[in-house]
Design a binder for this molecule. Structure first.
Ligand code: ATP
Ligand code: MG
Length: 350
């Protein structure tokens, strides 16, 4: 048997909460997530399910109110959750990069885009020689122009000097991608990278990111509301609900036979896989208030028509080693017993 490759990123049992004036928000609970080199993994789920909070925790850019209460996130022998601010700053942009939503606000409006790429290169000293001087500056500039060329920006020498307001939304997003990929990171986190772009530009940006990811064998975590995009571009998909990773499977298997009742509902609320979850009829019921002291172990239980007494006990763990993992006592590929043994026990005892 061939031993499975060591994952590039291995998140196990991550729990994170925010201490706020109105209570403790249990934003992530026991999240398991793995990414291998070269893999494109989609992270999908309704608004508020914890997709961004999870990615910020990986990069060490969580809000000051955030506290990791359990778990680890191993990346090349380093636990990202235990790493100090300097170690994380070293990694960010070089080993792990992120593309944020709304490129216009993420870019500096008063600095030419070429210089913004050079800033990243300089910070991580990946130009030809260490030190400063006209020769090094020329090297940096060439690399910045090449980075613009890599993201298919026409006339990159001229565009090097452009300010963000002189570029279209799609072009700004390409610049963001160029900045994120300038140092050839091993892991890219793309949080809704195509929000606000028209459909044609959206496809072009997705094609670009995934082509570069494949060429460079870069692992990519692609966060999206859009099941259609996830289906088209991802090798595997992880479904999140209310701070839990509830299902994880290769894309084709997930769409052919979703196992978690929540995944099935998400799919039925986006029947043609084309529309965004944000724009469509939501899954009935709402996400539970994550500040509730009495949050049930399964956070979907109150929206689920397959729930039984057992679902109020400890939740099954999402098995990172299983090819199609689900954190549910009553997945769709198993018939719900007419009388759940746990219900029967409960009936006997109380
Ligand atoms: N700084 C914070 N303080 C308190 N709660 C927070 C904070 N940041 C996020 N949360 C809460 O954490 C939960 C997860 O938020 P997150 O932004 O990760 O959702 P998301 O899945 O990225 O949603 P969207 O699809 O809208 O981007 C939400 O309940 C949110 O209100
Ligand atoms: Mg988000």
């Amino acid at each position: 048997m061939i031993a499975p490759a060591v994952p590039l990123l291995d998140v196990q049992g991550l729990s994170l909460e925010f201490r706020t004036r109105s209570g403790t928000v249990r934003a992530l609970a026991h999240v398991n997530l793995r990414l291998h080199k070269g893999e494109i993994v989609g992270l999908v789920g309704e608004s508020g399910s914890g997709k961004s909070v999870l990615s910020y925790a990986m990069l060490g850019i969580s809000d000051a109110a955030a506290r990791v209460t359990a778990g680890r996130a191993m990346f090349g022998g380093l636990d990202l959750l235990q790493a100090g601010p300097r170690e994380l700053a070293e990694l960010r942009g070089r080993e792990i990069s992120m593309i944020f939503q709304s490129p216009r606000t993420a870019l500096n409006p008063i600095r030419p885009v070429g210089l913004q790429i050079e800033d990243v290169l300089r910070r991580h000293a990946v130009h030809t020689r260490a030190g400063t001087g006209p020769e090094q500056d020329r090297g940096l500039r060439e690399r910045a122009v090449q980075a613009l060329r890599d993201v298919a920006i026409a006339d990159p020498e001229r565009r090097w000097g452009a300010y963000p307001f002189e570029l279209s939304g799609g072009m700004c997003q390409r610049v963001m991608i160029a900045i994120a990929l300038a140092c050839k990171p091993a892991l890219l986190i793309a949080d809704e990278p195509t929000t606000g772009l028209d459909v044609t530009t959206q496809a072009a940006v997705m094609d670009l990111v995934t082509t570069l990811a494949r060429e460079r064998q870069m692992a990519t975590l692609f966060i999206t509301h859009d099941l259609g995009l996830a289906a088209e571009y991802c090798d595997r998909i992880v479904v999140m609900h209310a701070g839990h990773a509830v299902e994880c499977a290769p894309t084709a298997a997930l769409f052919a036979a979703p196992r978690h009742p929540y995944t099935a509902r998400l799919m039925s609320s986006t029947p043609d896989r084309q529309a965004s979850l944000a724009e469509l009829a939501p899954v009935p019921g709402s996400l539970p208030d994550l500040r509730r002291a009495d949050l049930p172990p399964c956070r979907f239980v109150e929206r689920c028509d397959r729930a039984s007494a057992r679902c109020h006990g400890p939740l099954p763990v999402l098995d990172s080693d299983a090819p199609h993992a689900v954190a549910c006592w009553h997945p769709l590929d198993e018939a719900v017993p007419a009388v759940d043994p746990a219900d029967a026990t409960e009936a006997r005892h109380g």
